[in-house]
Each structure stands twice: as structure tokens, then as C-alpha cells.
Design a protein around this ligand. Structure first.
Ligand code: FAD
Length: 456
């Protein structure tokens, strides 16, 4: 079976790997000059290669750990105990153990108890469908109470969604609470975060080696312009260089990009694909000569500050692996059409540095080795209240054409763990053959990858 894969991000490369290991002849077409997509690396001014966006692996990411073992790179995984904090009204509060939690000033005893209960209650929910019709605001107000909602949840949600979150279901916060709790184990409830030495590029390179060894090939600098559809059937694709014929084509990228590639698919299908919306991100990477916060994540509960958190990955990556530098990511998620995405890199740099200075009065810009602004428009698929039936299915109405996209990963979060797990399951479906696969309801396709909360 000859399979053409469009997109060489984590999804496309892992699909290529799983398919090639089961005998499929795989070709991956990537528009950029390198693989990785959102999980790619950037080279700093001194030649050090680092993740363009922060990519944390949790100790509970079992599929990713299995995959690394299968590829012989498990020895490159590193985990460390990490700390998390909150920036609230100009002060940093550590939130890592029960004592710190009980001291957290914005909340009184009852609020703290209810906040703890919210986290615990989330772990007990097994049927996420019940949360799909409940707004995140209603759910959090009911469990945590008004004061906690106004002081903690509202500013965090407002920042995350770049404004309104009225249509966001409770599944959004539930999957986050379950994922974050999954990494805390034992009586101490200590949190561990980790990485692959060399970043996700190491994982991608290892999969590419296996694809090549199995006779597959990778085409870089090869943007696919059209997926060729004739009489309701995909017969191949046209890249910037050539036409290629395949038994099956898989688009492994975001829905709006896919839509542009299928002018000959039915108008109804193209409109349905169009309804998938995404949060974008503006995420400066600041490289310092010293640590800044000591926290893996500093959550910001002040909506005057444009970025949603301060993520210092060198709290769990030994700086020795990244040229001795300290890496700090300052993400701002952006709603579709957000004015933030219109700002120049210079404006972003100026605004971000002014805010950092206000947050950390002792911060000296002399410590900065590099400050680069990275941005993307299609990062996190948005899911609204009662909208899971609108998620584009893996099996498309066009014969031999499949769509593998992060929007299908719901309500789990989109990350290396869920993307590689999803890709493994989709490879099985392709190889099982279209007739059998057609019997799977969309819900099965979605639920196979996400329902088990232990896996989120
Ligand atoms: C700020 C940020 C923080 C994150 N944090 C984490 C984290 O802590 N842990 C974690 O595990 N994950 C994290 N992620 C998520 C992770 O990066 C993504 O879930 C994953 O990389 C998505 O992979 P993908 O292949 O689905 O999409 P993409 O990476 O977007 O891949 C799509 C690919 O298609 C290519 N393409 C587009 N158009 C064409 C065309 N016409 N022809 C050919 N190719 C084309 C693109 O160049 C790209 O390479 C984070 C992401 C971001 C942005």
C-alpha cells in the first residue's frame, strides 16, 4: 500500500512511522525545509538548537515513553521534580504542597477547601460527555465558588482564550485538571516534568530513520498544493514540484489548511471543515544567562499582563543540554482574528519586556542572550458547548482520503502524548482497510483516543 502523507509535524511523522513499520510504503511531504511543525527547533545566535515552543513531557505520558523505548531513545528521556507558582497582585506564590496551598492569600479556608475539592472531583469524572453541555464557568462556579472563580479561574480563562470563554465547555478545564494531577503521585504529591535530550527533534529523527530504513521517503520544501480527487476518490497529490500517485492520502495538518487543498471535494464537506477554529499563539523565547523564577510554570492571574504564564523549561532541562542557557517562554494565546497577531515583533518585544520588568523589578535586560518572537495561527483547536459531533472525522467522504488532525483529539489535550497515540490508532484504521473502518462511528474514532481519563 502506497500512502502519501501531507505534513511532517509530529502527527505526520508518527503516522508515517507506524504505517511503515507495518509494511506500508510511505512518502511524507513537508512544506518547510525541516520536519517538526509546531514541535520543531530553532537555532540560537551561538548555534545551540532548542525547542521553538516549550515541550514538556509528563512522567505519566505512557505512550510517549513506550514510543521512545520502541525507538531505542528511552535513555534520552529526563525527568525532574518541578515547582509551580502563581503571580497574583504583584506577588509570586509557590503552590507545590498542601502547606503552601493552605497559605494561598487570595482565598479563605472555605475557598481553598473548595478549590482542592474541584481538583479531586475532576479525577472522579469518568464520563466526559456529561460535561460537554455545561459551560466551564458554570462548572467552576458550582465547585470552586464565586471568590475563587473571580480571583483565579476567570483571569486565567480570559488570558487563555484571549477574551471570551462563554461557549467553552467544562471538558476544557476537566482534561487539564486530570492531566496535571496525573503527574503527581504518592503521598508527597510531587510533580515531575521532563523532556527528550535534544527536544522533540530527537524523537522525530528517530522515527524518520525507521521510515527510511523501511523504504519510505521524506520530501522537504514540498508544499502540497492540491490533493487530486477524481470521481469521489483521492488518487494522489500535487506538490510544488510534481504529481504523485498513491493508494491512500492522509492530510496530517490543521483543518483550514486541509480545506484549501481539496477544491474538488464536495462543498458541504469543505464548509464543515471550515467550521473548525483554533487558538493561535505568540510565544517569545527569552534566553537568559541565569534562572528567572525557579518555577516550571508561573501562572499569571492578572489580566493586565499580556502573556498567560512564564514557562522556564530549564527548571527541568539541565542547562548543560542547551548550551548552558536558561530558557523562558512567554506565551500569549490568541483568538481567531486577534489584533495581537497584527503587532510587529518589535512591538511584542517592547510590551513583553516592559511587563516582565514590572513583574520582576530586579530583572536586568543585560541578562538576555536572545529574545525572539515566535508565532502560529493554528495551534489549539477550539471546542464549543455540545460541539463534539462537529469534529471532522478521520475518514473523509472522499475514498482513500483521510484527515489526521489535532481537532480530533478531544477532550484530551493536544501534545506529544496524545498526538502520537492518535497517530498509532489512525495507522491501524488505515491498514485495517476502508470497508472495516467505515463501520466505526465517528464517536468510536474520537473516543478510542480520548475517553479513558487515565490516559489524558
Ligand atoms: C506554545 C505551544 C506549547 C506547547 N506545549 C506542549 C507541551 O508542553 N508538550 C507537548 O507534548 N506538546 C506541546 N505542544 C503541542 C504540540 O507541539 C502539538 O500538539 C503537535 O506538535 C502538533 O503536531 P501536528 O503534526 O498535528 O501539527 P503541526 O506541527 O502544525 O504540523 C503540520 C505540518 O504540516 C506542514 N504543512 C502545512 N501546510 C503544508 C502543505 N501545504 N504541504 C505540506 N506540508 C504542509 C507544516 O509545515 C507542519 O510541519 C505545544 C504547542 C505550542 C504551539
Amino acid at each position: 500500500m502506497k500512502v502519501g502523507i501531507v505534513g511532517g509535524g509530529m502527527m505526520g511523522v508518527s503516522l508515517g512511522y507506524f504505517l511503515s513499520q507495518q509494511g506500508a510504503e510511505v512518502e511524507i511531504f513537508e512544506a518547510a525545509s525541516h520536519l517538526g511543525g509546531l514541535a520543531d527547533s530553532v537555532v540560537l545566535s551561538d548555534g545551540t538548537s532548542v525547542d521553538r515552543f516549550y515541550h514538556t513531557i509528563l512522567s505519566s505520558d505512557s505512550h510517549l515513553r513506550e514510543l521512545c523505548a520502541e525507538l531505542g531513545i528511552a535513555d534520552k528521556l529526563r525527568f525532574r521534580e518541578t515547582r509551580m507558582g502563581f503571580f497574583y497582585r504583584g506577588q509570586i506564590h509557590s503552590m507545590n504542597n498542601i502547606v503552601e496551598f493552605l497559605r494561598f492569600p487570595p482565598l479563605n479556608w472555605i475557598d481553598r477547601f473548595r478549590l482542592g475539592l474541584t481538583v479531586l472531583y475532576a479525577q472522579l469524572v469518568r464520563d466526559w460527555h456529561r460535561l460537554e453541555g455545561v459551560s466551564v464557568e458554570e462548572w467552576l462556579l458550582r465547585l470552586s465558588g464565586r471568590r475563587t472563580f473571580e480571583n483565579i479561574w476567570r483571569p486565567m480563562l480570559k488570558a487563555k482564550f484571549d477574551g471570551g470563554f462563554e461557549r467553552t465547555p467544562a471538558t476544557y478545564i476537566w482534561s487539564r485538571l486530570v492531566r496535571m494531577k496525573s503527574t503527581r503521585s504518592g503521598a508527597s504529591q510531587k510533580e515531575e516534568a521532563g523532556h527528550v535530550i535534544g527536544g522533540y527533534a530527537t524523537l522525530i529523527d528517530a522515527m524518520v530513520d525507521r521510515i527510511n530504513a523501511a523504504g519510505g521517503s521524506i520530501h522537504l520544501c514540498s508544499p502540497v498544493q492540491e490533493i487530486l480527487i477524481e470521481q469521489g476518490r483521492a488518487r494522489g497529490l500535487r506538490s510544488s514540484h510534481d504529481e504523485h500517485v498513491f493508494d491512500a492520502v492522509v492530510a496530517a495538518l490543521q483543518a483550514p489548511v486541509f480545506r484549501r487543498m481539496i477544491p474538488c471535494a464536495g462543498e458541504d464537506y469543505r464548509d464543515a471543515i471550515d467550521s473548525t477554529e483554533y487558538l493561535g499563539v505568540i510565544c517569545p523565547l527569552m534566553v537568559l544567562d541565569r534562572p528567572l523564577t525557579g518555577f516550571w510554570t508561573l501562572n499569571i492571574t492578572d489580566d493586565q499582563i499580556p502573556f498567560t504564564g512564564v514557562i522556564e523549561t530549564t527548571t527541568y532541562i539541565d542547562p548543560g543540554f542547551v548550551g548552558g542557557h536558561h530558557l523562558i517562554y512567554l506565551p500569549k494565546y490568541t483568538a481567531p482574528g486577534s489584533a495581537w497577531q497584527q503587532m510587529s515583533d518589535e512591538q511584542i518585544t517592547k510590551t513583553w519586556l516592559q511587563n516582565l520588568q514590572a513583574m520582576f523589578p530586579g530583572f536586568d535586560q543585560e541578562w538576555i542572550h536572545d529574545f525572539t518572537v515566535h508565532r502560529e495561527r493554528h495551534v489549539e483547536p477550539l471546542h464549543w458547548l455540545n460541539s463534539s459531533s462537529l469534529i471532522p472525522e478521520f475518514i473523509t467522504p472522499v475514498d482513500n482520503l483521510y484527515l489526521a488532525t489535532t481537532a480530533q483529539i478531544y477532550p484530551a489535550l493536544t501534545n506529544g502524548e496524545s498526538v502520537t497515540r492518535h497517530a498509532r490508532q489512525l495507522a491501524e484504521i488505515i491498514l485495517r482497510g476502508r470497508p472495516g473502518a467505515a463501520n466505526l462511528s465517528p464517536d468510536v474514532v474520537v473516543s478510542e483516543s480520548v475517553v479513558d481519563t487515565a490516559r489524558i
